[in-house]
Ligand binder design. Structure first.
Ligand code: CA
Length: 250
C-alpha cells in the first residue's frame, strides 16, 4: 500500500508541468548558485550569460524553451538587461521579470521598474530571498491569468477603450503603449469608476502585498499613466487626486 502511494505521488509530480525560468547572468558563480537554488525548488532552469543570446531565445517563437519567468542581470555583454526589458515590453511580452543587479541607487531601481521589470533584487542577495521572489511572481502571474479569463473583453470609459485580453489600450482613437504595471493599474481603475483607492490598496492590488517598494512607486506610475491618457496631464480629468485619501478614476 505504502509503495503504491509512493509510485502514485512520483507519477503525479512528473505529470505536473514544471515552471520554466530563464536566467540571464554573466557572473559564473552567481549563475551556478542561482541555478542550483531554483532547480532544488523544482523549477526547470535555462541559463545564458549573454544579452543577445537571451533576446534571440525569447523572440524565437519556435524555441523549445518558453520560460514562465526571467531572472535578469542588468550589466550584460552585448545587450544590457534594461534594453532587454524595454524591448520585450515594447513588443507586448508580459512575462514576469525579476531584475537582479549590483546597482543599488533608487534611480536604478525605479528605472528597472519603469522599463517593465516586475521586481528588483539588489546583489548580494540570499538564495532564499531569490526563490521567494520567483515563487511570488509566478503565483501572481497565475492569478492574473485567471482573473483575466473571467473578465469582459472590453472596458470603456468616455474615450478610453481597454481591451482586457489583448492587453491593449486605445485613447481618443490612438493606440497607447502601457507598461504591464500601468495596464494593470488602469484596468483596476476602470473596473471601479469613481472608487477612491489609497496608495497602499493600489500596491496590494497591482504590485502584490509582498512588494517591498514604497508609496512613491504608485505616484510615479500615476504620473506616467496621466501622461499617456490625459489631454492635459497637469489638469487631469481621468485620474483624479483625492487629497488625503489617494486616487480615483473618473
Ligand atoms: Ca553582470
Amino acid at each position: 500500500m505504502l509503495s503504491l502511494d509512493i509510485v502514485h505521488t512520483s507519477l503525479e509530480s512528473e505529470l505536473t508541468p514544471k515552471n520554466r525560468i530563464l536566467l540571464v547572468e554573466d557572473e559564473e558563480l552567481i549563475r551556478e548558485m542561482v541555478t542550483i537554488a531554483l532547480e532544488e525548488e523544482g523549477y526547470e532552469v535555462k541559463t545564458t550569460s549573454n544579452g543577445r543570446t537571451a533576446l534571440n531565445l525569447l523572440q524565437n517563437s519556435n524555441s523549445e524553451f518558453n520560460p514562465d519567468l526571467i531572472v535578469l542581470d542588468l550589466m550584460l555583454p552585448e545587450v544590457n538587461g534594461l534594453d532587454i526589458c524595454r524591448l520585450l515590453r515594447y513588443q507586448g511580452n508580459i512575462i514576469p521579470i525579476l531584475v537582479i543587479s549590483a546597482k543599488t541607487s533608487e534611480t536604478d531601481r525605479v528605472l528597472g521598474l519603469e522599463v517593465g521589470a516586475d521586481d528588483y533584487l539588489t546583489k548580494p542577495f540570499s538564495m532564499r530571498e531569490l526563490v521567494a521572489r520567483c515563487r511570488a511572481l509566478l503565483r501572481r502571474q497565475r492569478y492574473s491569468e485567471q482573473s483575466l479569463e473571467s473578465q469582459t473583453p472590453v472596458q470603456k470609459y468616455r474615450d478610453i477603450n481597454l481591451f482586457t485580453q489583448e492587453c491593449r489600450v486605445v485613447v481618443r482613437g490612438n493606440e497607447v503603449n502601457l507598461s504591464p504595471k500601468e495596464f494593470r493599474l488602469l484596468e483596476l481603475f476602470m473596473s471601479y469608476p469613481r472608487r477612491v483607492w489609497s496608495r497602499e490598496k493600489l500596491i496590494d492590488q497591482v504590485w502584490g502585498s509582498d512588494f517591498l517598494g514604497d508609496n512613491k512607486t504608485v505616484d510615479v506610475h500615476i504620473r506616467w499613466l496621466r501622461e499617456k491618457l490625459e489631454v492635459d496631464p497637469s489638469n487631469p480629468e481621468y485620474i483624479i487626486t483625492v487629497r488625503g485619501f489617494g486616487y480615483r478614476f473618473g
